[in-house]
Design a protein around this ligand. Structure first.
Ligand code: DC
Length: 219
């Protein structure tokens, strides 16, 4: 079974999907982490990737590997777990940039479909319901208003000891939303048959329960 979840930054996808996967004993696949890992690895190799031809070559030789271990994504670079912080602001920006590039999307779409053969899965990202798993058993689009999403992201940074300015963060999230939704390839948009969930006024548990209820009655 595939539960596919899309939505913008800070909508609560990661927290909710991890819990849904735990409750069901499914694999949890954070595809944003895969885009971040590609950004990290391309930066690490230092290979040029401004042109698509270079990028295709760079991706071919990239010593990056994805696998499922204990129902979660494991990312290794040269055989070791990636050492850097994939959520650091520079990687966030670079991930947004490389996620616009067709060779990167093709490369990761293939990986994501391969990983999904490992078992039942909850996959979250921007194009899970529309491009990667259009035949998913359950499709959900999670969102929340911009201020709520910014507050959530700000809290996440604070928990890591990083203080970030609210209005600056809001601007960054808005411009990332615009880039994700406005790109020509695999733009962020709700699939026609996705269940639309605005989490602005919902607690995490409520969102988890709603998604679980969508799986009831499925074989
Ligand atoms: O969900 P996130 O913030 O970790 O995602 C990092 C970046 O990757 C973000 O700019 C959107 C992009 N992304 C994407 O284009 N498609 C996905 N399926 C997942 C993430």
């Amino acid at each position: 079974m595939v539960i596919a979840v899309d939505g913008p930054a800070g909508a609560g996808k990661s927290t909710v999907c991890r819990l849904v996967a735990e409750r069901l004993g499914f694999i949890y696949l954070d595809t944003g982490a895969m885009y971040r890992a590609v950004a990290w690895a391309l930066r690490e190799t230092g290979a040029p990737f401004e042109e698509d031809a270079h990028l295709v070559m760079g991706l071919k030789g990239l010593p990056l590997h994805f696998a499922i271990r204990e129902n979660a994504l494991s990312i290794t670079y040269k055989g070791r777990e990636i050492a850097g912080d994939l959520r650091e602001p520079d990687i966030t920006r670079l991930a947004s940039e490389v996620s616009q590039r067709p060779p990167v999307r093709d490369y990761l779409t293939a990986w994501q479909r391969k990983l999904a053969t490992a078992g039942n899965i909850v996959a979250e990202g921007r194009d899970m319901t529309t491009v990667v798993f259009p035949d998913a058993d359950v499709k959900v689009f999670i969102t929340a208003d911009l201020a709520t999403r910014t507050r959530r992201r700000q809290r996440e940074y604070l928990q890591k000891g990083m203080e970030v300015d609210f209005s600056q963060l809001l601007k960054e999230i808005r411009s990332r939303d615009e880039a994700d939704a406005g790109r020509g390839i695999a733009p962020l948009r709700p699939a026609e048959d996705a269940f639309f969930l605005d989490t602005s006024c919902l607690e995490i548990d409520q969102v988890v329960l709603r998604i679980l209820s969508l799986t009831e009655g499925l074989p």
